[in-house]
Design a protein around this ligand. Structure first.
Ligand code: SPV
Ligand code: MG
Length: 297
């Protein structure tokens, strides 16, 4: 098993590398396990994915600190990759953010993302007709400083997520927030945007004087044609493909349910689903049974 220290080191090294790091979203432990087989550098425990699939709830701060920690720990145990947990706004006010950083660090998670959406947050992918309010800059900086000050280890990372472009605050405010969060001691900045052309983010990259002072993170859900390499060239050290495995799973389940409901026989979906043998293999079932049987003789 890879230790928390080794995972954190691997994440820092991947982010510092010339090619940058690529993280993949996971909604459950098996997706986290599979991520390690395809060359990803990290697993993103997406708040959207956990709310949607684990709880069938909207991504509006209904998922709690405990539920998120549980999901992250389960995924972390299943993968050799470092885990980055999406902790929304830290689930409340200053003391909630402090508790989040303390407990996710102590649990061996590699990094958390803390965003500046005011509780209750609304998922950032919702269109501009969704009303949003951000935490005032000085208050968010105070929360992040307190959390970094309370962090038990030295290698755990806090990624501060700036939502200015999502909330329509503009590039200048995004730069001011990024400066304040870096000054508060965070380890990386995630600049989020819904702009498909990347013009908004290009504006941020052109104006932010702090560029290069800490690693920069992108979640290109709505500018999905840019590759990790293209985003690395623009200055991003970590690219998070946040929710594609969950969306694949949802579509596959819907199609399977529809086929089974209309055909009413199990074999109708056989060509499209994993075999039971494959499931046994994925989680080492035969080896586990052999270990039990060996112990008995
Ligand atoms: C998530 O995956 O929960 C995220 C990314 O925070 S986004 O939904 O793009 O805001
Ligand atoms: Mg989220």
């Amino acid at each position: 098993m890879t230790t928390a220290t080794a995972k954190r080191q691997a994440l820092r090294e991947a982010m510092a590398s010339d090619r940058g790091a690529l993280a993949i979203g996971a909604h459950d432990a098996l997706t986290g396990l599979l991520a390690g087989r395809y060359g990803f550098d990290a697993v993103w425990v997406s708040g959207l994915a956990v709310a949607t699939t684990v709880h069938a709830l909207p991504d509006i701060n209904l998922t709690t600190h405990t539920e998120t920690l549980e999901a992250a720990v389960r995924i972390d145990r299943a993968t050799e990759l470092p885990v980055i947990a999406d902790c929304d706004n830290g689930f409340g006010a200053l003391n909630n953010v402090v508790r989040t950083v303390r407990e996710f660090d102590a649990a061996g998670i590699a990094a958390v993302s803390i965003e500046d959406n005011l509780f209750p947050k609304r998922n950032s992918l919702m269109g501009s007709d969704t009303r949003r309010e951000l935490i005032p800059l000085a208050e968010q900086a105070r929360r992040l400083r307190a959390a970094k000050g309370a962090q038990p280890s030295t290698d755990f990372m806090v990624i501060a997520r700036v939502e200015s472009l999502i909330a329509g605050e503009g590039v200048e405010m995004a730069c001011r927030r990024a400066d304040a969060y870096v000054e508060a001691g965070v380890d990386a900045i995630l600049i989020h945007s819904r702009d498909k052309t990347l013009a908004e983010i290009e504006g941020f990259l052109a104006s932010w004087s702090g560029l290069g002072s800490v690693p920069l993170v992108a979640v290109p859900t709505l500018f999905p044609t840019f590759t990790r390499e293209q985003l690395r060239e623009k200055g991003f050290n970590l690219v998070i493909l946040a929710n594609q495995p969950m969306r694949a799973a949802v579509k596959a389940v819907e199609e399977t349910l529809a086929t089974l409901a209309s055909e009413r026989r199990a074999s109708a979906v056989d060509p499209h689903i994993a075999t039971v043998e494959h499931l046994f293999d994925l989680v080492g079932t035969r080896e586990a049974i052999a270990a039990e049987d060996d112990a008995r003789v």
